[in-house]
Design a protein around this ligand. Structure first.
Ligand SMILES: [Zn+2]
Length: 263
């Protein structure tokens, strides 16, 4: 078989050194590019986000199927259909926000590779890379907290500010996700009444568009914060904020009046 030789262009510097200690989504980290490759970083700082390819040197290379997110309740998938670290060529692909470049050091907001991971390549992330509502299988997090963390990261990536409505949208989406499953289901209709921030974050979390296909409708209100979720054949969920500002701390019932009507 043909052999391809790759040389690391740098290494990850991270406070986390064990794979088992890495939180989902990663932690703040740096990439130290080897001095001979530093000219390749020229003007990289003009980009806010970069693709980072690393080599998962501790990964298993003889597995071709695995459970998504290590969740044993999910059926097995082929390794090319999921992002399991176990694969014949354990190349990891991460999208990271680039905070700053200092000489040969890249400071990243978050990276899920452990300390010492070899870096194979760095590429800028372009606006054209966005597919707003791709079709993907539904892989929920192992726990409610991990699912909420994922929604929070997705909400922030879209809305870009930690405002009250963003947290409200995350809590609403978490409840809807538990009832309806995949929030980007093309059959799931969403109606938002409330702030523009609520509408924008819900749109980012659900990938629901105003048209083609029309899944989203919005009406501005300064007094009401409400989402209505409808899935044909399943039912309609109405969530109305009760006004409690302690959004990430309270129980669902303290936060919303919830009404679910089965079809
Ligand atoms: Zn906002």
């Amino acid at each position: 078989m043909e052999t391809i030789t790759l040389y690391p262009i740098g290494y990850v510097v991270s406070p986390v050194s064990e794979v088992k200690d890495m939180p989902p989504g990663g932690v703040a980290a740096q990439i130290e590019v080897l001095p001979q490759y530093q000219p390749g970083l020229l003007r990289l700082e003009e980009n806010s986000h970069i693709w980072v390819q690393t080599w998962f040197h501790q990964a298993q290379r003889d597995k071709l199927t695995a459970h998504p997110r290590g969740n044993l309740h999910m059926p097995e998938y082929g390794v090319f259909a999921i992002r399991s670290p176990a694969r014949p060529n354990p190349i990891a692909l991460s999208l990271a926000r680039l905070i700053r470049v200092e000489n040969n050091k890249l400071y990243l907001e978050r990276l899920d590779a452990v300390n010492g991971t070899p870096v194979l390549d760095i590429k800028p992330y372009f606006e054209n890379d966005i597919v707003f509502s791709p079709r993907t299988p539904y892989f929920p997090g192992k726990t409610r907290t991990s699912q909420q963390d994922r929604l929070l990261r997705q909400a922030l990536a879209h809305h870009q500010e930690k405002c009250l409505s963003l947290f409200l949208a995350v809590r609403m989406a978490l409840i809807a996700d538990e009832i309806f499953g995949h929030l980007n289901n093309p059959e799931l209709m969403i109606n938002v009444t409330g702030s523009a921030c609520l509408a924008d974050t819900i749109q980012g979390l659900t990938r629901a568009r105003l048209a083609n296909p029309p899944r989203f409708s919005y009406e501005f209100s300064s007094s009401l914060q409400q989402t209505i979720w409808t899935l044909d054949g399943r039912g309609t969920l109405t969530l109305t904020w009760l006004g409690n500002n302690d959004i990430m701390e309270c129980a669902d019932e303290e936060l919303f009046s919830m009404d679910f009507k089965l079809d």
